[in-house]
Design a protein around this ligand. Structure first.
Ligand SMILES: Cc1cc2nc3c(=O)[nH]c(=O)nc-3n(C[C@H](O)[C@H](O)[C@H](O)COP(=O)(O)O)c2cc1C
Length: 372
């Protein structure tokens, strides 16, 4: 296969995507309204990026309880569904395809988002992180452990949110099983100290994830359901003492019992020297275990994305920061054109600046296109 396979179409679920470049999910904290619904700016931002083979939305909280950061757009209320409908209309008009990332922050939250109550988790262990609140960064609040019955309520929230996403026009959903949020809070034994059927063995710790997937799939179909995992990330977690066995179990079960539209695996960007139990190269280690469509993410540039797809180690590559700064990333990559630099100051919160004002190639003027 040619080294340009990245720019060829690929089948994901029942859809034929125009290329193998995805926009990775990115929280941008711009739902500046009571309803926490997408606004006009979201429409512009996402439709500018419709040349991606697939856009994965920012993490959208599945319930008020699932919120952990200021002004994140949700997918649990009628106002939010209406807001997303407009986004999807614009994205589809430009022939874009877009999934909704279903998010529950769990303990990575603050009492100010929980009507003064405690955020929920698998246990009462504090995330020991920072929460981006209306008063700036504040330490994450002490969570309380969900009761066994309440776990079912959260699963029902995911199910309803998945249905809302399809009603809003999304082409599919992605369960956020990465980066230390609620799913990982059940998976990882550094956090989960439960004694019910959601704690203890690997099988028990993974039960929440699989029951959640079952509910979402029942609602929207397996061909519209995807999953994001970050087996070796240390974000908001100390991960798991038997990490490789845990994630191998998950991936083997996905092979045996599920036919997801795709699985996205995130590479660790942190130094893992003090964590020898974690796989350093996630795709290299776990990729061979997985039988379905794989998307890889984390630290890719044009050259590494071209080669990982040409070598058939993954079907797709997702880009976060590069897509944030380059609305026309596929075209820039195809032409090997220069890239805009992402501005970290405008990643979270604010308005159009650093959101919808990154220039397209033609706006950037005559470009020097490099050979190769
Ligand atoms: C501004 C910003 C917001 C992010 N928000 C999310 C999110 O909502 N959900 C998620 O799974 N990952 C999120 N991530 C992580 C990215 O999806 C991605 O895994 C990470 O940036 C590495 O990919 P990259 O090297 O292409 O940027 C975010 C990253 C950035 C830079």
């Amino acid at each position: 296969m040619s080294d340009q396979k990245l720019f060829t179409s690929v089948q994901v679920g029942k859809q034929e995507l125009k290329n193998r470049l995805a926009m990775a999910p990115m929280t941008r904290n711009r739902a500046h309204n009571e309803a926490k619904a997408p606004i006009e700016l979201h429409r512009t931002y996402y439709s500018q990026r419709a040349s991606a083979g697939l856009i994965i939305s920012e993490g959208a909280q599945v319930s008020p309880q699932g919120m952990g950061y200021i002004d994140t757009a949700g997918i649990h209320s009628p106002e939010q569904v209406e807001g997303w409908k407009k986004v999807l209309r614009d994205v589809h008009q430009k022939e874009g395809v877009m999934y909704c990332q279903l998010w529950h922050c769990g303990r990575v939250s603050h009492t100010c988002f929980q009507d003064g109550g405690a955020p929920v988790s698998s246990s009462s262990k504090n995330a020991g992180g920072q929460s981006f609140t209306p008063n700036g960064f504040e330490p994450t609040s002490d969570p309380r452990a969900l009761s066994t019955g309440e776990v079912q309520d959260v699963i029902d929230d995911f199910r309803a949110a998945a249905g809302n996403a399809i009603e809003a026009g999304f082409d599919g959903v992605q369960v956020h099983g990465a980066n230390g949020y609620l799913v990982e809070q059940f998976l990882h034994d550094s956090i989960n100290d439960r004694t019910d059927r959601y704690g203890g063995s690997i099988e028990n710790r993974a039960r929440f994830l699989f029951e959640l997937l079952d509910a979402v799939i029942e609602e929207v179909g397996t061909e519209r359901t995807s999953l994001r995992l970050s087996p070796s990330n240390l974000m908001n977690t100390e991960n798991d003492s038997q990490s490789k066995a845990l994630y191998e179990y998950i991936i083997r079960k996905l092979n045996a019992d599920y036919e997801l539209s795709f699985l996205e695996l995130v590479e660790p960007l942190a130094d893992l020297d003090e964590h020898p139990q974690l796989a350093r190269d996630v795709l290299e280690y776990y990729g061979p275990f997985y039988d379905g469509v794989l998307m890889t993410n984390g630290g890719y540039d044009r050259a590494s994305a071209l080669s990982v797809v040409a070598e058939e180690k993954a079907e797709m590559v997702s880009f976060a920061r590069l897509f944030l700064a380059n609305p026309d990333l596929p075209e820039r990559f195809e032409r090997n054109a220069p890239l805009n630099e992402p501005d970290q100051q405008t990643f979270y919160g604010g308005g159009a600046k650093g959101y919808t004002d990154y220039p397209f190639l033609e706006e950037a003027g005559e470009v020097e296109v490099e050979a190769g």
